[in-house]
Design a protein around this ligand. Structure first.
Ligand code: RAM
Length: 511
């Protein structure tokens, strides 16, 4: 379904991207090393310099020194002694955000996602001198270039750089003082992550899926308000979801910014809590831009429709949403029903706040908060002192979302958060995305110091693993964890993992 008014508004907020020219830093080699992340170590061989020569069959690995989202440009010519290139040149490029992407042959890919996500490319050209670029935009730090033709003459690469793009510029971001060295590093990789993902829309990951996801957008926007301060992009994205929505009135969980019809209404994956997060997006916008009520008013009905749709699916009798469609996070075998109730109450309270500010009735929100709170309370086991799903599962997710729902007193909340760390729970956190909500729960209960420690314990390991951005998935006990059964296709720069920048900002700037 297309709403032309919102479509027009979304286009009004479209902006030109900023470009920068980035040259490789080093020529490197990648070696096996059991002490390194994924058992691979990058070793510098020499400083990168131009020109460099590639003979048939030769290859080179370049390290750009940091993560880039851009287009590879290069110029090539022939060796002075050869004078002319007498047959076609073929260069194979293999881009990687992390070393495993470079070392794992594309032919061995067996993941559940399409193999098109593997970042390889081929370019052939007939005459030299040649200047050109690869059409596809890549997300990378490393690129391996192989000369795959068998021509006898050496090829001379005379220029090579990335035309890197982003909607924002790190140098324009307000500098904040972060005395703790590890928190500083974590802040920097978080900021870098957000920058790389701010493109024509907030992409979830510039390598994959390169599209706008509602759950990711919510956390990106939250972090953007205290870092890059790019409300135009946030508005554009919120208008886009209202412009291209599902026939049943729900916001799509994700949107393809460049591929009409923009959403996959029939077959697309609908994550129920992502629809609820549309309200969170408006709530956060209002908190950060109290003077721009008009924008929130414009989108209020659409936000309300999300919650009404959820209310229709909420069956009081069973205490469940029918059909149940939560995601919660990438945790295999997770029963997300309890967490979903927590999210429902959390977002209803945000809706209630919006209604109050806009001077609208709060009856709907109040009524739903009551219905859902009853269902959530019924999952609390007095005996265990924990939330247990109807299927009998105890997860960190259920406890965290019960805390965030705000239905308990602070003392019980704190106990639940202590149990999360002390107990060996059946289901644990697998992504930085879910870690965000753990941090939020700690913060809400006044445990700010512990929140910072958890950030250091988790994202600190990400820094130590050598990431220069925050990855989509990170399991401290398993370097090869992948929701797609192929770690090489994991995204190493994933926006939903960037929120330490938000928490660290708050920690140092709030009383
Ligand atoms: C992954 C995407 C995205 C997330 C969904 C649910 O496939 O990368 O970030 O929102 O999962």
């Amino acid at each position: 379904m297309v709403n032309e008014y919102f479509q027009k508004k979304a286009n009004e907020f479209k902006r030109e991207l900023k470009h920068s020219k980035v040259y490789p830093a080093n020529v490197v080699k990648i070696e096996e090393d059991s002490a390194s992340f994924q058992n691979l170590k990058v070793i510098p061989v020499s400083k990168f310099s131009l020109p460099f020569v590639l003979k048939a069959g030769e290859s080179i690995i370049l390290d750009f020194g940091c993560h880039n989202v851009g287009y590879l440009n290069f110029s090539a010519g022939h060796d002075a002694s050869t004078k002319i290139t007498s047959s076609v040149i073929k260069l194979k490029f293999h881009f990687g955000e992390f070393p495993l992407e470079i070392t794992k042959p594309a032919s061995e890919y067996k993941g559940t996602l399409g193999n098109g996500w593997i970042q390889d490319d081929i370019k052939s050209f007939v005459f030299t001198p040649y200047t050109g670029s690869l059409e596809r935009r890549y997300a990378f730090r490393y690129v391996k270039i192989e000369r795959v033709d068998s021509g006898f003459y050496p090829l001379v690469i005379t220029d090579m750089y990335s035309d890197s793009v982003s909607a924002v510029d790190i140098d324009n971001c307000e500098k904040i003082s972060i005395p703790d060295e590890m928190l500083r590093k974590i802040y920097d990789i978080s900021l870098m992550t957000l920058k790389e993902c701010e493109q024509d829309v907030f992409e979830d990951g510039p390598k994959r899926d390169r599209r706008l996801w509602l759950g990711d957008l919510r956390l990106q926007a939250l972090t953007d308000y205290v870092t890059f301060k790019n409300p135009d992009l946030i508005k554009r994205c919120l208008y886009l979801f209202a412009a291209y929505h599902k026939k049943n009135g729900f916001a799509a969980s994700y949107l393809y910014q460049n591929s009409p019809p923009y959403i996959d209404d029939e077959n697309g994956w609908h994550i129920l809590e992502y629809s609820m997060y549309y309200v969170s997006c408006l709530y956060d916008y209002l908190r950060a831009n109290a003077d721009d009520i008009a924008f929130v008013e414009e989108l209020f009905d659409f936000a309300m429709a999300q919650m009404k749709g959820c209310a229709d699916r909420f069956d009081e009798e069973s205490g469940n949403f029918v059909p149940l469609a939560p995601f919660i996070e990438w945790c295999p075998g997770l029963d997300g029903s309890c967490a979903l109730l927590g999210i429902y109450i959390y977002t209803l309270k945000q809706l209630r706040y919006i209604c109050e500010v806009l001077g609208k009735e709060t009856d709907f929100a109040d009524n739903e908060i009551n219905r859902a709170s009853k269902a959530l309370k019924a999952l609390y086991s007095e005996e265990k002192g924990l939330f247990v799903t109807q299927k009998g599962q105890v997860s960190m997710h259920s406890q965290i979302w019960a805390v965030l729902s705000g239905i308990l007193d602070n003392e019980t909340n704190v106990k639940l958060l202590e149990r999360i760390e002390a107990d060996n729970m059946e289901k644990t956190i697998h992504t930085p995305y879910m870690k965000h909500f753990h941090i939020e729960a700690l913060y809400e209960c006044g445990l700010k110091e512990r929140a910072m420690e958890v950030i250091k314990e988790y994202w600190g390991k990400i820094v130590e693993a050598g990431f220069d951005c925050c990855p989509e998935v990170f399991n401290v006990d398993d370097d090869f964890e992948s929701p797609y059964k192929a770690p090489e296709v994991n995204s190493a720069c994933h926006a939903w993992s960037c929120t330490p920048a938000y928490w660290i900002y708050r920690y140092y700037n709030e009383q």
